[in-house]
Unconditional design. Structure first.
Length: 358
């Protein structure tokens, strides 16, 4: 029989939590991050508060935290897209303090998180997380098979060969003479917004493996909301775009987030080139120019992390050539909501869960 659940209280937490609650949650977040990637600069209070944002009418976000006294010992975060992609999928991430694992807290957190969406039309549960035996056992035990495998790679910016970057830029100047590099921070220029929303859909061409999700339908309004959310998370977003002169269309773009509270790290947000603009070296050109931009404007940045499907051979080839090396492996697990709830109900007598009937 599984061990009994320690005496815990589970309740929601947002950016308006008390100083004590936010401080305890920050300590948990730092503990989990250090376990995942030892030695990385720790997350700061502003970034944490941004992660706890409530969302808006395009994205629903929530967090429930498990407390033992005044110590935060676990968290389940959820998000649900209300526009742009089907709203019946709830994405969830469950993490527990290593000292409290395998005691039912994860199941209790998941139950509480999913219970908030019981009447919202959600019928599918999708979880993202680090690939481990523990995570696989947890989600498989809830009827969720692994449907996606993702590689996180890390680049040490100082180790990149400047001559290689110059060669990528030179090749693009030959093959993509009709394109101009346009750069901005945080907010796309109004005159490019419609076209930039279209180029964001290029990400739908990336391998989805076994994910049961729809393509994301970017619109100018959703781009603006996405930009605002990143600002609220305490991040600055650097964007490089390749604008096609004859049509004034954005043919491709790449974006990187930098965090003022831990400026040593940068995070690749996305890179995409529309099908009509491919085979001209735009992807390499944009990434090489971004490397130059980081070295020039953000010299304190030491590394950049990026995530790609293990099956995305084209993008992985570019990243490996640039110098990215494997850092972590993530996975996604997915199943119908009814399946997950039934498995949670079966665990209730052993974990202390009190599950309502539906």
């Amino acid at each position: 029989m599984p061990p009994a659940v320690p005496t815990v209280e589970i309740r929601g937490l947002g950016p308006d939590g008390t100083a004590a609650e936010l401080g305890a949650y920050l300590a948990l977040r730092r503990l989990l991050d250090e376990e995942l990637s030892p030695g990385d600069p720790p997350i700061g209070p502003a970034e944490l508060a941004g992660d706890l944002h409530r969302g808006d009418d395009a994205l629903e976000v929530g967090h429930v935290v498990a407390w033992r006294g005044d110590r935060a010992v676990g968290v389940a975060g959820t998000q649900r897209h209300l526009r742009g992609v089907r709203p019946n999928v709830i994405e969830v991430d469950v993490e527990v303090d290593p000292a409290y694992r395998r005691s039912g807290i994860g199941s209790s957190l998941l139950h509480q998180a999913l219970g908030r969406h019981a009447t919202s039309g959600v019928d599918s549960v999708l979880s993202w997380g680090i690939l481990s035996e523990e995570a696989t056992a947890f989600w498989n035990g809830l009827g969720c098979p692994q449907v996606y495998l993702e590689r996180e790679s890390r680049l040490v910016l100082a180790d990149v060969d400047p001559a290689l970057m110059e060669s990528w830029i030179a090749r693009a100047s030959e093959r993509a003479r009709d394109y101009t590099l346009v750069q901005w921070t945080d907010r796309c220029p109004d005159e490019l917004l419609d076209s930039y929303a279209v180029v964001r859909t290029a990400l739908n061409d990336a391998p989805q493996e076994g994910l049961d999700i729809d393509d994301y339908g970017w619109t100018p309004e959703l781009v603006r909301r996405h930009e605002q959310r990143w600002v609220e998370r305490g991040m600055r977003t650097l964007v490089n775009a390749a604008v096609h002169g004859p049509t004034s269309e954005v043919g491709g773009s790449t974006s990187v987030a930098v965090v003022p509270e831990r400026p040593q790290m940068a995070f690749q947000a996305d890179t995409g080139v529309l099908a009509a603009h491919r085979r001209r070296g735009l992807g390499r050109w944009l990434k090489a120019c971004m490397w130059q931009r980081l070295r020039r404007d953000h010299p304190e940045a030491r590394t950049i992390d990026t995530q790609n499907a293990h099956s995305n051979a084209a993008m992985l080839a570019i990243n490996v050539e640039m110098g990215f090396r494997p850092h972590l492996t993530y996975a996604a697990w997915q199943a119908p909501l009814d399946t997950v709830n039934a498995r949670l109900a079966a665990r209730a007598p052993h974990t202390g869960l009190s599950l309502p009937t539906r």
